[in-house]
Design a protein. Structure first.
Length: 167
């Protein structure tokens, strides 16, 4: 839980009734085009299928309203199957209120409970300084920089920065 504007953010597994809000929040990040690699938004059937195939899809709730979400899944298979990956989305109207911190902190705990040993982010966009500061504050280590790894909406390329955190 996280304190935001004197209210508590609760992070919990997504329920079927959360699907429209979770899909809308996910689609905001896709539409912004500056953080997720996906270029197509999800309609409700596609969101249900996509979120349902994750090891965990969780939502952040504030005052009974879904304000953020994350997905957690394997980063690879076989000999690298002990490494998980996650993506986070916060309603653009609620960004900057500690919801991302609550989501990432919960994800670290849940990843460990699911038996993963590491959480790895493959493609954090270098210009996503808010997310990068949060990850570093929570103990993530940057692995390097991949020049021009992310296509921005205006057609130029930004660097990406892989990160990891031991669970």
């Amino acid at each position: 839980m996280c304190d935001t504007a004197k209210n508590m953010v609760t992070v919990r597994p997504m329920q079927p009734a959360d699907l429209p809000a979770a899909a809308a929040i996910w689609n905001q990040v896709v539409e912004d085009g500056i953080a997720f690699p996906q270029m197509e938004t999800l309609d409700l059937p596609a969101a249900e299928a996509f979120f349902g195939q994750q090891d965990l899809t969780a939502v952040a709730e504030l005052d009974g309203k879904v304000v953020g979400m994350y997905i957690l899944h394997p980063n690879n298979v076989g000999r690298c199957g002990h490494i998980c990956n996650a993506s986070y989305a916060v309603d653009r109207r609620m960004r900057g209120h500690g919801i991302g911190k609550a989501l990432v902190s919960d994800c670290l705990r849940q990843g460990k409970k699911l038996g993963y040993r590491l959480l790895q982010f493959n493609a954090v966009v270098a210009t996503n300084t808010t997310a990068r500061k949060l990850y570093e504050k929570l103990g993530f280590q940057q692995l390097g920089t991949i020049p021009g790894g992310f296509l921005m909406p205006d057609g130029h390329y930004e660097d990406i920065c892989p990160y990891y955190h031991e669970l």
